[in-house]
Design a binder for this molecule. Structure first.
Ligand code: ADP
Ligand code: MG
Ligand code: ZN
Length: 475
């Protein structure tokens, strides 16, 4: 029997507000333990939370970008559970009335572009962090993270392969970062994902029993964990067994998923409306105001690049991976007028230099104007493509404009036909044997003469001009 995977993802994204969701403590990562805390986020009795307006604004942005319905009235609930990293004994989250519902995004699927539905987007607070001491029988708690704002983005079970899940995640990540509402840092936990997966016999409508996978900290690991889990469930089903509903942890070192807890231990959170917080009422005017500040999103940008610059889809994908990279590319094109050549330089040398240095495009030592000018110099024949490689390396190293680099390195290309003809005449006189052989029909000696001219000019002669002149003068 052939099985079809069914996957739904839950993404937690940390919002980039300066202060926490219900108090004015800083959200800065990496501060000394418990230095970013106050009675509100420490869960002291008698304090009241006050909702951060920025958090609502950011969530509305994500809702608009993912085509969700925005619930004009929505509210917070208490999710009750005990854990030492949660001093209040409950997490403030949204439950019955989330801010956004019923949206979706387009993803490059296995064959075509397809829409993955988004069930809901809701706001909630993060919990603290436990640090377990390996040498001393104690655990420490750092509450800097309690009350840091999160949104949870829950997808419909519309995803049908591990690869598609990774593609969906990349798109969600890209949108969050484009909107500048999440820094997207997976290592620091600003972007986390749980994956739900089940199998069903192909053609069957009804879903199978699912497992929930946790603890994947990269796109690649989400994909690997799902690939493993799909195979595991397939073996279970093929052997006539049953998949049980459970939470499983991805073990990166072993490359396997391990059972963590079954359904019997599933939590009962006793959700109820939080009496400390009033209903959030969102006006149409506010939504329109926020809509007015939305940047062009990755997919729109990609389509505009294809249309306006006539570059291949691959190039458009690479160049729109971040807003800063896209801006850099567009500035180069605006100044040099050659979209494909600009794309080759940006995707080639520039990205390679930056990758080697682990640098962001925003810190690129070559300003867009310098790259554009270099491209114009190649076009004008002032330097060859080969020289340009040397120029770009030097520009990257020193930050100097191309003209300065060219002058300092003496890289100016010889384009003066008269001067070059004189050089060729000398070479012909100095190599009478080869000249006679060439004239006698040994055509491949043409290359010998090209080489001699290159050598005499130290590679600075325009190759096209050498060719043209040799064809005229040798016979
Ligand atoms: P929970 O709160 O227990 O995690 P939800 O109903 O909120 O449960 O579902 C969480 C995620 O699981 C959603 O992304 C949903 O699309 C996905 N999901 C639900 N049922 C299945 C299933 N049978 N197989 C795969 N994914 C599923
Ligand atoms: Mg879940
Ligand atoms: Zn606080």
């Amino acid at each position: 029997m052939e099985f079809e995977p069914v996957i739904g993802l839950e993404v937690h994204a940390q919002l980039r507000s300066d202060s926490k969701i219900f108090c004015s403590c800083s959200t800065q990562f990496g501060a000394g333990p418990n230095t970013h805390t106050c009675p509100v986020c420490l869960g002291m009795p008698g304090v009241l939370p006050i909702l951060n307006r920025k958090v609502v604004e950011f969530t509305i942005k994500m809702a608009l970008a993912t085509h969700c319905r925005i619930n004009r009235e929505n509210s917070f609930a208490r999710k009750n559970y005990f854990y030492p990293d949660l001093p209040k004994g409950y997490q403030i989250s949204q439950y019955a009335y989330p801010l956004a519902e019923a949206g979706g995004i387009e993803v490059e699927g296995d064959e075509n572009r397809k829409c993955i539905g988004i069930t809901r987007i809701h706001m909630e607070e993060d919990a603290g962090k436990l640090i377990h001491d390996e040498h001393f029988p104690a655990s420490y708690v750092d509450l800097n993270r309690t009350g840091v704002p999160l949104i949870e983005i829950v997808s419909e079970p519309d995803i049908r392969s591990a690869e598609e899940a990774a593609a969906y995640l990349r798109r969600i990540h890209e949108i969050l970062v484009y909107l500048e509402i999440c820094d997207g840092n997976m290592e620091e936990g600003s972007f986390r994902c749980d994956a739900n997966v089940s199998l069903r016999p192909r053609g069957q409508e009804e879903f199978g029993t699912r497992a929930e996978l946790k603890n994947m900290n990269s796109f690649r690991n989400v994909q690997r964990a799902l690939e493993y889990e799909i195979k595991r469930q397939q073996y279970v089903l093929e052997a006539g067994g049953e998949v049980i509903q459970e939470t499983r942890l991805w073990d990166d070192a072993q490359g396997v998923t391990i059972s963590m807890r079954g359904k019997e231990e599933a939590h009962d959170y006793r959700y109820f409306p939080d009496p400390d917080l009033v209903t959030i009422v969102i006006s149409d005017a506010w939504i329109e105001e926020i809509r007015g500040t939305m940047p062009e999103l990755p997919l729109e940008k990609r389509e505009r690049f294809l249309r306006d610059y006539q570059i291949p889809p691959y190039d458009a994908g690479v160049l729109t991976a971040s807003r800063a990279l896209a801006d850099y590319y567009e500035e180069v094109v605006r100044l040099c007028g050659q979209p494909k050549v600009a794309s080759n330089w940006v995707m080639g040398d520039i990205l390679r230099f930056l990758k080697e240095d682990k640098r962001d495009i925003r810190d690129c030592p070559i300003p867009a104007a310098s790259l554009a000018e270099m491209i114009r110099l190649i076009e004008d024949g002032a330097i060859s493509g080969k020289m340009a490689k040397e120029v770009s390396e030097e520009m990257y190293r020193t930050g100097k404009p191309p003209q300065t680099v060219i002058t300092e390195k003496g890289l100016v290309q010889i384009t003066d036909a008269g001067a070059l003809a004189a050089v060729i005449a000398e070479i012909m006189a100095a190599n009478p044997t080869q000249l006679a052989q060439y004239r006698g029909g040994k055509d491949k000696l043409f290359g010998f003469f090209v080489g001699q001219v290159m050598k005499a000019t130290q590679g600075k002669a325009n190759p096209q001009l050498i060719n043209d002149l040799l064809k005229k003068m040798l016979p």
